[in-house]
Design a protein around this ligand. Sequence first.
Ligand code: SAH
Length: 381
Amino acid sequence: MKNTCSCRKKGCGGCPLLALPYPEQLAKKQKDVENLLGKFGPVQPILGMEDPWHYRNKAVSTFCAGPGRSLQSGIYAQGTHRVIPVEECLLHNPALDEAIAAVRTAAAACRYEPFNEDRRTGLIRHVLVRHSRATGQILVCLVTAQTALPGSKAFVTKLRQLCPSVSTVVQNINPRHSSAVLGSAEKLLYGKGYIEDTLCGVKFRLSAASFYQVNPVQTERLYQTAIEAAGLDGSQSVLDAYCGVGTIGLASAAKAKSVLGVELNRSAVNCAIQNAKANGITNARFLCADATSAIQRMAQQGERMDVVFLDPPRAGSTPEFLQAVCQLAPERVVYISCNSETQRRDLEYLTARGWKASFIQPVDLFPHTEHVETVVLLTRS
Ligand code: SAH
């Protein structure tokens, strides 16, 4: 494994830790987690990647005009509308960069003009690509400023000639003055509009707008760690709070009596229901609700839950949610977090009320960035 790698694209801001050799990055993250969570119990050695390069399964590239009006694409320089052309990224799966290059060639052949953010002229804004590790399929989503995409059939034909693993192509229309990549309208240009990937033995459908972890290798290790910590033997009822498209709940369903997933975002809940069906999982239900209101209702009604998984956004959970966890009194709580500071705050609350952190495991999902995920198992002391 190479430990360091220099990237010539200065200023994109995507890899703030790139200058540190990977083992030092891991040591830094281990120390960060120990500083914040070490008071609750011993912190296991961080699970790093064997090969920390090219791990991302999703990429977004923004179009711009190059010399001689050539079509280029890349990443915004931090905090600006200036695009730094990028042809290869150390974090992308190489299949993504090949697909993006094919999109550029096909778009140039169709004479599609890059959108200019400041002057608001041109047609194509970004391309979003996703890769399935399980099937090798690629989804291409071309984001345009207007609905009309002249010669879209020729574009798709050319693109598929250049990159046959592209199995579906969609056009997303984003006319807004906004830093969000995707708009709300989508048109199917080729294929099914989604690709399929497998995580922990469960198939997931990925569309352009799907929520999905970007590092499949480490996500699998994260979920396996969390599910192992839950100690499931087929007899437990499981709550998967902040469940997204149902990944953790569905991956644990085979080892649980029942699973209830709770998620605020309606389209993620719909995906979770669809994912359960597509995998023939019949013991999982999903509820579109605020996790705090849902768990408070369960506690008031005296429902039983043996295991609670919670994987909240960066802001962490709420005192009301944690209070309801205490009332529900499950055997185990497995807290997965991408922000050790809010996790520390929430652990203070639970440990002051008789819970004990019996296992703390950091997992590196985002090499070369500052981020770290941590799984904490809580049991009642
Ligand atoms: N467990 C999932 C998603 C974790 S991200 C996975 O591993 O992929 C956190 C999720 O919490 C997001 O899907 C977000 O939409 C959801 N969320 C945010 N606030 C929420 C709330 N108040 N109640 C329920 N879900 C919420």
